[in-house]
Write a protein that binds this ligand. Structure first.
Ligand code: SF4
Ligand code: SF4
Length: 72
């Protein structure tokens, strides 16, 4: 199911803690091999158009790196 919601992850705020990964009911978040400028592995969203907007990932992130956007 596709929605108008998109997950935005600020990769420079991400500390690679992986706390957001297991909380997504749709398994939309994954860790990547990419490093940010501080040297942390960053998370990203797979299939972002399937986001439910439950905000579990955003609430879990200790760095407030995740935003859920509503696109027109
Ligand atoms: S808002 Fe909910 S459905 Fe969307 S990515 Fe975060 S945890 Fe997953
Ligand atoms: S919870 Fe936040 S800091 Fe941790 S991996 Fe996810 S986006 Fe990065």
């Amino acid at each position: 199911m596709k929605t108008n919601l998109r997950v935005s992850i600020d990769r420079e705020r991400c500390k690679g803690c992986e706390l957001c990964i297991p909380v997504c009911p749709r398994h939309l978040l994954i860790m990547t091999a990419a490093l940010n400028r501080k040297g942390y592995h960053v998370s990203e969203t797979a299939r972002t158009e399937e986001c439910l907007g439950c905000l579990k990932c955003a609430r879990m992130c200790p760095e407030a790196a995740i935003e859920i956007l509503n696109i027109p």
